[in-house]
Design a protein around this ligand. Structure first.
Ligand SMILES: Nc1ncnc2c1ncn2[C@@H]1O[C@H](COP(=O)(O)OP(=O)(O)OP(=O)(O)O)[C@@H](O)[C@H]1O
Ligand SMILES: [Mg+2]
Length: 318
């Protein structure tokens, strides 16, 4: 490929400003203003924008009003403690280990990911990632095995959140069980890495309360408890619609009615089983059914590709 350059009146253009002759001059004249304009991760304005985006993501979740309020309180608390520290005022130590109690599919993991990202932008965590684990990832089968397995998970989570699902299963089996050793290693890690690791223990509410109450070492170390309630039928319908929308699908008006009826019938049989996770399974199955229906059709339109009809909705074998 060749580019042909023609000058007006056959004369080269006049360069009014002389080009910088040295590298130093280049940085003084040109690179600096460019650097200023460029995005800078340490720029507080930039962090503010990111924090707003993260809170928007949280607010877009359906329901969960108490959880949203709790996360916003945490944000305010962390910001104000940091400002107080700058002014040399007494500031509470930021002990941010938490207990998330709630049934499966109530949004615990999703909120933990949002909390991790938020704490990164607030400067509490270096990375803000979430490592999810359960008993089998922490507890070993012979002496010495558990401490190594638990430490491995802690090391992966450093700079972020270690999220332990069904945490009470670590107390299963009593005194002789290796689960106790995992708890001891976790408690020690909370001290050793207190400025760069947050633990979130998750699980069913009653079992969680019992686990925390019967472990004095844990009770004082987990000051933040939040309950994730089951979703109502209406919230589950909205969650389904949101999931479809995010994947660029919409329900036709008759499909909306069919979807609502289907969920209400299912709830009567099996109340709120699986919460949003159940909805995600239904949404994925519905999308597959739509694909099979359209595959048989010649030349489906863009509209067809987006629309979910009542034919795509079924609750068989769920
Ligand atoms: N309030 C909500 N609004 C929109 N989507 C949601 C909401 N709650 C959960 N979801 C979606 O439902 C699915 C399951 O949620 P999540 O994995 O966070 O639940 P969980 O409580 O961690 O479940 P489990 O205990 O089974 O691990 C995810 O795809 C998530 O995005
Ligand atoms: Mg989960």
């Amino acid at each position: 490929m060749s580019i042909k350059i023609t000058f007006r009146n056959n004369l080269p253009p006049i360069i009014r400003r002389s080009l910088p002759s040295t590298e130093n001059e280049y940085f003084k004249n040109i690179a600096k203003p460019l650097q200023k304009r460029g995005k800078n991760v340490h720029n507080p304005e930039n962090n503010k924008e990111k924090i707003e985006d993260i809170l928007k993501e949280l607010n877009e979740m359906i329901g969960l009003s108490k959880v949203k309020k709790f996360v916003q309180e945490l944000e305010a608390f962390v910001e104000i403690q940091k400002k107080r520290e700058k002014e040399n005022l007494i500031n509470d130590p930021l002990v941010l280990h938490m207990v998330f109690s709630g049934n499966p599919g109530s949004g615990k993991t999703t909120v933990a990911r949002i909390v991790g990202k938020l704490f990164k932008e607030l400067g509490v965590l270096q990375k803000g990632h979430v490592i999810e684990c359960e008993r089998a990832d922490l507890v070993g089968e012979y002496i010495g095995h558990t401490a190594n397995k638990t430490r491995d998970m802690i090391n992966k989570a450093l700079g972020g959140v270690l999220f332990i699902d069904e945490a009470y299963s670590l107390a299963r089996g009593g005194e002789k069980d290796f689960g106790k050793e995992a708890v001891d290693v976790l408690v020690k890690a909370m001290e050793d890495h207190k400025s760069n690791l947050i633990l979130i223990l998750a699980g069913y509410r009653i079992e969680m309360e019992h686990f925390i109450q019967t472990n004095p070492g844990l009770r004082s170390r987990f000051p933040l408890h939040i309950n994730f309630p089951d979703y109502t039928a209406d919230e589950l319908i909205q969650i389904g619609e949101l999931m479809l929308l995010k994947k660029q699908y919409t329900l036709t008006p008759p499909a909306k009615i069919a979807f609502r009826n289907m969920l209400q019938n299912m709830n009567l049989v099996h109340p709120y089983s699986g919460n949003a996770r159940m909805i995600r399974n239904i949404v994925e199955k519905t999308i597959r059914k739509q694909a099979v229906r359209l595959y048989r059709q010649t030349d489906p339109t863009r509209e067809d590709l987006i629309s979910i009809t009542e034919l795509d909705l079924t609750n068989d074998d769920l």
